[in-house]
Design a protein. Structure first.
Length: 404
């Protein structure tokens, strides 16, 4: 294997462990991988056939997003948001140039990516928890459990991550654990079962409704789909998640999942987290109806929503809430054209996953879609990097190499 190939593979592994990198280094790592891949492609004498349809499907939405900048009144905000979303075009471009190349993307590479991702997430969780427990004055183990989800977002400036996004990372690591356990009968499975248990406990500690509720149907689907491989013994593992959510200590002893019961009974408080989301959704739908064709442009969505918040509930203005739904946000930004392009991408990925019989790609795209119903995960660097990297990696991975 050439030195350049080894460099690219190791850069891919580093991107799988990107949670451990300081925030300022993440763009540098991604850029290095992009430059290395493009340089290698033009250096090759025999070049793999470029998979243009996959590439167009992957970047079409981003192009429409850029176009929406031209009719955004707040140009500065538009440019900043596009800059945050650059991974939506960079990662598809990276894997477009190495698609189907078994020297780079093969079973071994993908297996190591999953393991690196799992252990990088676990490393971040365990080290950060231990650090907070050791350094926060007067903190007991219990109080560290209670405050951990807030501490990861405010305590270490180089590694700030919102607890919802950290929960999404944990959910992806859980999916990878399930697949590794399912595919292998090795004694090493015990390591991944323990990893899965730890990840479940941290998911409960973070206690974010969206990522947890998004994972549950995938877990059920996984068990039903793989009953012939006797993974039913994992059912008790999922019960641990439920028990942890109920019994682990919480901030002010408030269990956010209790709001869902109030929602069913139509008793939700207006200023609870769920009540606020419902008001945000009302404003989003109201504004979508007023401009259904082109939307408002990516730079103006926040201002448009704030106008509605001021009328409905001024408390919503205090934190400048986004739409808390990626699909609403896309429609508000780009109108029907961008929305259709976005939906087309996910339908396309699901079709590819079914055609290639790639269960992991199917699970990942559903998990991200479910989370998008409650969070704008493509509008923060942590979310957009995670989604674009993993979906591009598995979308462009092929079973054989095709050359010109």
């Amino acid at each position: 294997m050439s030195l350049l190939n080894k460099l690219i593979i190791n850069l891919i592994y580093l991107n799988a462990a990107i949670l451990l990198l300081p925030d300022k280094l993440k763009p540098i790592l991604i850029f290095l991988l992009l430059i290395s891949v493009i340089f290698r492609y033009f250096k090759l004498k025999k070049k793999p056939v470029l998979q243009n349809r996959k590439y167009v499907a992957s970047i079409l939405f981003f192009i429409i997003l850029v176009v929406s900048c031209f009719y955004s009144q707040d140009t500065f905000s538009a440019i900043k948001k596009v800059e945050t979303s650059l991974s939506l075009i960079i990662f598809p471009t990276i894997f477009y140039f190495i698609a189907g190349d078994k020297e780079i993307i093969n079973y071994k590479t993908l297996t190591i990516v999953k393991k690196v991702f799992i252990f990088s997430v676990l490393t971040f969780l365990l080290i950060s928890f231990s650090y907070f427990f050791a350094t926060e004055p007067y903190y007991t183990f219990k109080s560290t459990l209670v405050h951990y989800s807030n501490l990861v977002n405010i305590r270490v400036s180089m590694y700030l991550i919102h607890p919802i996004y950290l929960s999404i990372f944990v959910g992806v690591a859980m999916i990878f654990c399930l697949q590794i356990i399912n595919e292998s009968n090795s004694k090493k499975n015990i390591l991944f079962i323990i990893s899965l248990l730890l990840l479940i406990v941290f998911m409960a500690i973070l206690s974010k409704k969206g990522p947890i509720l998004s994972f549950i149907p995938l877990g059920i689907f996984f068990l039903l789909k793989n009953t012939n491989k006797k993974v039913y013994y994992l059912i008790p593992v999922f019960l641990i998640l439920i028990v942890s959510i109920i019994y682990l200590p919480k901030y002010k002893d408030i269990n956010n999942f209790g709001e869902l019961n109030n929602l069913v009974n139509k008793q939700n408080e207006q200023n609870s987290s769920t009540g606020i989301r419902l008001q945000i959704y009302d404003c989003s739908i109201e504004k979508i109806i007023k401009s259904p064709v082109f939307g408002y442009g990516i730079g103006d969505v926040s201002n448009v929503l704030n106008e509605c918040y001021e009328e409905k509930n001024p408390i919503l203005l205090e934190k400048n809430y986004n739409s808390h739904n990626q699909f609403f946000s896309i429609y508000l930004s780009t109108g029907i054209i961008g929305f259709v392009a976005f939906i087309y991408f996910f339908v396309f990925v699901i079709k590819v996953a079914n055609k290639k019989d790639t269960q992991i790609l199917f699970l990942l795209v559903l998990y991200f879609c479910f989370n998008m119903f409650t969070e704008n995960i493509l509008e923060r660097e942590d979310g957009v990097i995670l989604v674009s990297f993993l979906l591009s990696l598995y979308l462009f991975e092929n079973k054989q190499v095709i050359y010109d």
